[in-house]
Design a protein around this ligand. Sequence first.
Ligand code: KMH
Ligand code: ZN
Length: 274
Amino acid sequence: MEKLIITAALVGAEVTREDTPYLPVTPVEIGEAAAEAREAGASIVHIHVRDENGAPTQDRNMYRRAIEEIEKRCDVVVQVSTGGAVGMSIEERIEPLSLRPEMASLTTGTVNFGDGVFMNTPEQLVAFAEEFERYGVRPEFEIFEVGMIANAMKLVKKGYFTGHLHFDFVMGVPGAIPATADHLLHMIKQLPEGATWSVAGIGRAQLPMAVLGIVLGGHVRVGLEDNIYYRKGELATNAQLVERVARIAGELNREIATPDETRRMLCLSKTKFY
Ligand code: KMH
Ligand code: ZN
């Protein structure tokens, strides 16, 4: 099996400091959390940013500051979010792409998301794809429902995103695909030849889905965006969640990829323009 890529989803848009004091919110805190996650074994950080009040924002400058704080401390691959938060406009959500980060997430379909609706219409997906191409950003397709894989491939057939494709199955969001082994196997079967995948289980599904990712030859995403607990009633830090996956992978003889190995595996090129 190839080496394991661990992604740390450090911040997200939904979790608050009231939920957990370990949530990084400021650019410096995000930089520190990234360095700790890297130390624990993560090679990618998926980031969202927050404004001065701790509310989710897609402000380009806030992303730039967070990326600078990360790059000061470690060489991890930075993946910005274009999902943002439910209700944000497409114009807001594409803002960080102009920083030309190494990677950005892209959700390829509309889905119920808790009590809200996470909108990604066909027309909006083409608008996103145009912006990704304009700035040369590699996507990680965020797959919350199985039909989103076909939607991603529709964009590829239109000529977007040539080259290596990487998918992340986000499983267990209320309103979206449940986090079960059956659903995971079914989604893996839908992938095009040569694609890589990772899995992110939400809440208490984080650990079992991570173990499935390790043993099935995929990759793993953990972090406070998806789950704030180490175990029932015990809050975790991002680094603790990463460290546990790295430890279990070690027990299962799966080596952990460094950031540069991850860049090679996902065909990323680190070019800075900002
Ligand atoms: N916050 C969710 C509505 C992403 O980062 O690309 C969307 C999300 C996906 O988190
Ligand atoms: Zn996200």
